[in-house]
Design a protein around this ligand. Structure first.
Ligand code: SER
Length: 606
């Protein structure tokens, strides 16, 4: 089974059952300060899960590009990725547990032909505030599962969300494929990591909204949100030991073999379902995964570039780790041309579904080459620095773990290399100490990432709606003052301000900033009604609306118009009349990255 066949089977099954197919949204969430990347198909749908009407109806299906950096340390095993594709179907206040379980069961057993006794499912066992999910249990029994196939777990395993600190969440029922391997012990079940059970699908019953005070309130509408990892289900169906053998990843691994002249040691499948660290398996997998993620981030229409902050920082880390491992596999390989060659394979595997990769190919290659050149220079400086600190060491001495970490963190200088250089000088390097520093650093960056979840996707407060509406007016005013070449590159809103990134290749003059300020304030003073219309994406484009035309399946989109000032395709929260913004003030205009400017602004009584 190929990924494409799988996608199509999934779409067909759910379309036959009344679901509208929608396009994957951007990997870079719109108007959402709480997460760096889209991590699930439900992310772009949060407003609709909270009750806003979706123009395509109450039943949706899609394949969504996702990036999860939480799993980055697990990449290299058989099934974890940073980038992956998620198949999902949704009920927005339409069907609920019974139909969802029935459809999932039918799809897996009838369409994919998985024998029913190979399935195991988990159900929410209840919690002080939320009752046990006996309904889900009953419906699994109704479709024919035996008690021995149904496992109850608590909040840790069978509760999903919210994606941020607040927002839609609920009990889930996860579906696993039982590989048939022997149980590792009496406690062995789907939650066990021994590899007997492979998670294939998660059906979340979004009944609750978690509020900032930690309480759960029932949502006005009961939703279903499901997600199935495309690569993983294809691997399971094909009996492949890891996702790296599927047609989504195997050509990348093959390319790495060709470029490095090193054979991937896992083709015979010795890794088993639980993964393996045999030979060079980890290195190959990490390079393949990270390059795929990097190409998808660069290929997104938002044009993120490697940098030291936010998405750009993750991108930088992904590319640099791939370069380090490539050099580790084959010291003689030219990393720059390897990156480009691997990127081309990633593009060719995915371009039919994600044409933006092909459209942005030159940009992708240019950025990879640039980052590679910067990193190689940094590594050279690291080498000099390493020689300096090692020069201070006495023969037989040991370089402290903190120093090994500093070389790694600041210069990307690999600890193995430090160890080798130390050995040449008859000294040692404290690799254990290095690992402790690294672990501390990872813990810090993880909690940093958790800190990102403040506010949350569910923040559709009045202030967010005002700032978001102001973003539309700002976009329109910038195009009036600076020309139609201005394109939105990013938007981020928090309680205090809006932040808007747009393509423009020089600093704005004071006069231009003032002119933009004036236009937005005039639109506010005019108290214009914000008009929302639903139309096919082609009609939206023909009407002169700006925005992302990423709909691929003839979808209906929402177009928001504010008089002559703004016309945009959008799904965000808006106020009803521009007068509600009271006033608008640009606080700062600065560079964001090459060719991209950034404006921070506020609304409200000043
Ligand atoms: N949102 C759920 C998940 O990520 C189902 O898609 O698992």
């Amino acid at each position: 089974m190929t990924a494409e066949q799988m996608r199509n089977k999934y779409f067909e099954f759910f379309r036959e059952r009344g679901h509208s197919l929608i396009a994957s949204a951007s990997l870079l969430p719109e108007n959402d300060p709480s997460v760096l990347f889209t991590t699930a198909g439900m992310h772009p749908l949060v407003p609709y899960l909270l009750g806003e009407r979706h123009p395509m109806g109450k039943r949706l299906v899609n394949a969504q590009k996702c990036i999860r950096t939480d799993d980055i340390d697990d990449v290299g095993d058989a099934s974890h990725h940073t980038y992956f594709e998620m198949l999902g179907n949704w009920s927005l206040g339409d069907y609920f547990k019974k139909e969802s379980i029935r459809m999932s069961y039918d799809f897996l057993t009838r369409v994919l032909g998985i024998p029913a006794d190979r399935l195991a499912v988990t159900v929410f066992e209840g919690h002080a505030l939320i009752p046990k999910d006996t309904e889900a249990y009953d419906y699994w029994k109704d479709v024919g599962l035996r008690d021995s196939q149904i496992y109850f777990y608590g909040m840790d395993e069978n509760w999903w969300g919210p994606a941020g600190a607040t927002g839609p969440c609920g009990p889930d029922t996860e579906i696993f494929y039982d590989t048939g391997a022997l149980s590792c012990n009496d406690e062995c079940g789907p939650a066990c990591k021994c590899g007997k059970f492979v998670e294939i699908w998660n059906n979340v019953f979004m009944q609750y909204n978690k509020l900032a005070d930690g309480s759960y309130v029932l949502l006005d509408q009961q939703n279903v949100d499901t997600g199935m990892g495309l690569e993983r289900i294809v691997a399971v169906l094909n009996g492949q030991a890891s996702v790296y053998e599927t047609d989504m990843l195997a050509p990348i691994v093959k390319k790495i073999e060709e470029l490095t002249g090193v054979a991937y040691s896992d083709w015979v499948g010795e890794a088993g379902v639980a993964g393996s660290s045999v030979g060079n398996v980890r290195e190959f997998r990490i390079i393949a995964d990270h390059m795929r993620a990097a190409v998808f981030i660069l290929g997104d229409y938002k044009k993120v570039v490697p940098s030291n902050t936010e998405q750009g920082y993750i991108l930088r880390r992904l590319i640099r780790r791939a370069i380090r491992l490539l050099r580790q596999l084959a010291a003689g390989a030219d990393p720059q041309s390897c990156l480009s060659a691997i990127a081309d394979v990633v593009i060719s595997i995915n371009a039919n579904v994600y044409p933006e990769l092909l459209e942005n190919r030159d940009f992708i290659i240019e950025q990879l080459e640039k980052e590679c050149a910067i990193f190689l220079r940094t590594l050279e400086r690291g080498l000099k620095e390493a020689e300096k600190v090692l020069g201070r060491l006495e023969a037989g001495g040991t370089l402290a773990g903190g120093e090994v970490f500093r070389l790694f963190d600041t210069f990307g200088f690999p600890p193995e290399l430090t160890e080798e250089l130390a050995a040449e000088k008859g000294a040692a390097a404290d690799i254990e100490g290095f690992k402790q520093h690294l672990a501390q650093h990872q813990e810090k960056s993880r909690s940093g990432a958790r800190g990102m979840f403040k506010g949350g996707l569910a923040d559709h407060s009045d202030q967010t709606a005002r700032l978001h509406t102001a973003t539309h007016l700002l976009n329109g005013a910038l195009r009036t003052v600076l020309g139609d070449g201005v394109m939105q590159r990013g938007s981020n809103i928090n309680a205090e301000r809006l932040r808007f990134d747009f393509s423009f290749d020089r600093k704005m003059t004071a006069e231009e900033i003032e002119a933009v300020n004036k236009i937005v304030n005039r639109a506010i003073a005019d108290s214009i009604d914000v008009v929302c219309e639903e139309m096919p994406v082609d009609a939206a484009a023909a009407s002169g609306a700006v925005g992302v035309f990423e709909s691929r399946y003839g979808e209906i989109v929402k177009v928001y118009t504010m008089g002559e000032y703004s016309k945009e395709i959008c799904g965000g929260p808006h106020v009803a009349n521009t007068g509600e913004l009271v006033s608008f003030t640009i606080q700062k205009e600065e560079s964001s990255s090459a060719g991209v400017r950034r404006i921070k602004a506020t609304v409200g009584a000043q």
